[in-house]
Design a protein around this ligand. Structure first.
Ligand SMILES: [Zn+2]
Length: 516
């Protein structure tokens, strides 16, 4: 094999040399993958026992002493692999920064994961959330518990480890340290400098991360930020995600008379706030989800041709979802889910007014309130979305207020609407698929997983702009958890194959990326 390649390089053109270099780097990835696999196969019980130890430390972010214990344990895992660590804090739960420098490496990869978890309602769990339990399948299918130490030979890849944060998001930490062991044991050098940022308060919305980054900006210099959080595609195929939507939320309240009025005596005369509100909502978006607010799409960056192609190549889950969810006609006029989530959305997440059923009363109400969540895409900003919604309300004849209107204000205006913005919100982020780092990572991943799914953006929101606006490195999301990991809920779990796959990918990134 090698002789043939050498012969080709010597014999023919520059183009062939490039092809050969690519072959070599492909060979290198295959070698690294095999080495990591073999190392892991001999030590599955050990890796799982390490993971069990980490998952046994409760990690609800509001409990700072628990988060300190987690941080201490993780620092131990990292320092024993030669990483230099630093505890960072800006008044909230701890963050961990770690670095492993490879002399001569010209590029740095920064990996983000978080080690806090959502609160637990223990009574809903089949096994205690902080007593990690390995099952021979899914708890829903009645799987049985397995004693890790009692397993001789390999663990079935479909077995699952149940515990809070098994899927979201302690796994990358354990997968990464054991990948470093596998590389070291096989004499495979890192081809990049490695940096880690491990977040101890992600489930609280990472309230201090902006300060953490700003106060330690030089630590986070990197050429690529891999954001290792979130579930993979439902097909279980490997996936890279290049964007997230932004988000902001608002409540809108409309007003009738200052006290509820008898609907027989006053109906057709008293202004009805429910009718005002429903007409207002209908004026903001149509039944297919198209937003009717003037100018709302002006800042929306269209998908590139590459992004459109990527979407077209994704597995189409439409029929599966329609069957699973008993939906006849999705919104979106026949467009694919993946395309629709690349557009802004106004979701009516709740309406509160009067009562129904036994609580129904024959009155014209005084107020009605709708709660909306606005999903934003590049290049919208929350501030601009607020302005446009406000202008829309005014155009619909509403006098807009931001505090409870007085009787005088209500008396003086035909229609009054109050806006309550719950949060400042944050914009979306999307890394171009043809950015050089995007292309290199996609190519590398395809060598390990030829059926790689390239997703231009996910529908959900993550505050990646906190990084995007402060760091130069392009951001790519690399999810590892099975889609059915039950994150945030009871019976959270990780499928073992997803851990092993994460190790392969980390191995390829650390052992090959810098040579590409
Ligand atoms: Zn997470």
């Amino acid at each position: 094999m090698m002789l043939i390649r050498v012969a080709i390089v010597l014999a023919v053109t520059v183009v062939s040399i490039n092809v050969s270099a690519q072959d070599q780097s492909a060979d290198n990835v295959v070698t690294v993958k095999a080495a990591v696999d073999a190392y892991r196969q001999d030590r599955e019980a050990e890796i799982l026992e390490d993971f069990v130890e980490l998952l046994s430390i409760p990690n609800v972010a509001t409990n700072l002493s628990d988060m300190e214990r987690n941080a201490e344990h993780i620092v131990g895992l990292l320092e024993s692999r030669g990483l230099k660590t630093q505890r960072l804090s800006a008044g909230g739960a701890p963050y961990i920064y770690a670095a492993l420098n490879k002399p001569g490496a010209t590029e740095t990869i920064l990996i983000y994961a978080h080690f806090d978890g959502q609160p637990v309602q223990e009574e809903n769990w089949a096994y205690p959330p902080f007593s990690p339990t390995l099952l021979d399948g899914s708890v829903k299918a009645g799987a049985q518990a397995i004693d890790i130490a009692g397993v001789s030979g390999s663990f079935h890849p479909d077995w699952r480890l149940y515990a809070r944060s098994a899927g979201d998001d302690k796994m990358p930490i354990v997968a990464l340290v054991h990948t470093l062991d596998a590389l070291a044991a096989n004499g495979i050098p890192l081809t990049v400098n490695l940096k880690l940022l491990l977040d101890g308060e992600e489930e609280q919305g990472s309230p201090t991360i902006a300060r953490i980054i700003e106060e330690n900006a030089s630590l986070f210099d990197a050429d690529l930020l891999l954001f290792c959080d979130g579930p993979m595609h439902q097909s279980r195929q490997a996936q890279l995600v290049f964007g997230v939507r932004g988000s902001t939320t608002v409540d809108i309240t409309t007003y009738g008379a200052t006290r509820p009025l008898h609907s027989g005596h006053y109906g057709n005369w008293a202004p009805n706030p429910v009718i005002q509100l429903t007409h207002l909502l209908a004026s903001m978006r149509d039944e297919s989800g198209r937003i009717l607010v003037d100018g709302y799409y002006d800042d929306v960056a269209p998908l590139s041709e590459l992004e459109r192609d990527a979407i077209a190549n994704m597995p189409d889950v439409t029929e599966t979802l329609k069957n699973e969810l008993s939906i006849h006609t999705p919104e979106g006029d026949g467009k694919r889910l993946e395309e629709l989530i690349s557009l802004p959305a106004i979701n009516v997440r709740g309406i509160q007014a009067g009562g129904v059923g036994a609580d129904g009363r024959n009155i014209v109400l005084s107020t009605a309130t709708a709660s909306l969540d606005l999903r934003l895409v590049p290049d919208q900003t929350p501030k601009r979305a607020v302005e446009l919604v406000k202008a829309h309300l005014a155009a619909q004849g509403f006098h807009v207020v931001f505090e409870e209107p007085t009787a005088d204000i209500l008396r003086a205006h035909e229609k009054v609407a109050k806006l309550d913005w719950h949060d400042a919100g944050y914009p979306a982020l999307r890394t171009a698929l043809d950015q050089p780092m995007s292309l290199r990572l996609t190519e590398l991943m395809r060598l390990i997983a030829p059926d790689l799914i390239v997703t231009p953006t996910m529908g959900g929101s993550l505050p990646l702009h906190e990084f995007g606006s402060r760091l130069d490195a392009p951001i790519i999301i690399l999810p590892f958890a099975n889609h059915d990991n039950n994150q945030h809920a009871e019976n959270e779990n990780i499928r073992l194959k997803n851990i092993w796959d994460a190790m392969q990918i980390y191995g390829a990134v650390l052992g090959s990326f810098g040579n590409r």
